[in-house]
Design a protein around this ligand. Sequence first.
Ligand code: PMV
Length: 313
Amino acid sequence: MGRGSGFGKVILFNEHFVVHGVPGIVSALDSTADAEVKKIDEGGIIVKDERKGSKGYTEKKKIQQKESIDRMLEAMGVSKNVSLDIWLSGNLPGFSGLGASAASSVAIARAMTQEFGMSLSDKRINEIAYEAEKAYAGTPSGIDNTAATFGGLIWFKKNLEGGPNKIERLNIKEPVEIIIANTGLVANTKEMVLGVAERKRKYPEKYNPLFKEAEVLVHKARTALEQFDLKRVGELMNECHTLLQGIEVSCKELDYLVKLARDNGAYGAKMTGGGGGGCIVTLTPGKELQEKVASVIEKEGFKVLRTKIGIRV
Ligand code: PMV
């Protein structure tokens, strides 16, 4: 039996923009997806997914999950005809936007390599998980699998020429409380990513300036995080949400939750991940503020994850 884990993640700055080579900032969460893999004599690939998720999340992602496992086997040079029992569990909720697919791909890749007696570096695991991500996201930036593999707070820039991506660990003074709140809507990341690419091509006069602004914004965000200027980080998260609205990946449920969090004292709030549903992330330093904002959102009937960014791994 092979075992492995992958971190969940929350994108703090520039989801979608990262797909097109603009830098983004992502934080791994302390929640993980965990996998156990066992070779069996026959029956193909059998996945038992015991993760707690949004209703319908695991059902909707089943076909993509099958393709992702085939892609990983190919990347590892293992025959697709192998039969495996795969159990998925862990404390990472299956909310859209928390990198659940990348976390599970990293977990499965690690568990498979152990079961096959291979010894692979994190760098190689990250590459294999990137292949898996293509099944879920079409042309992923690689930010999700990078956070899922390495953990921590990361500055990420996709290399559009196909060379190695820029991955830098950012250090902040101490971990900071955040809340992730779920709209309950399951979004299709692949369609959202394709939609942005299509609109960017069709309406360059509207989209190109927004991409330029995102590039400027993320450098300011890096400085604010490194200086631990949390008020400024919050403001920049708000600005990032406006840019994401501009490229038409937010929705009324996300906007509603963002406003609710800000009205109740969050330093900043924005959608996170692919959008069109999924989650928001709010910056709520200190247990007290975190609890206040979380309970207001919960009272409205939404599911909330109380966690921190910048946790050292
Ligand atoms: O929705 P998630 O958790 O898969 O996040 C996707 C992030 C995107 O920037 C929209 C896509 C990508 O590959 O970077």
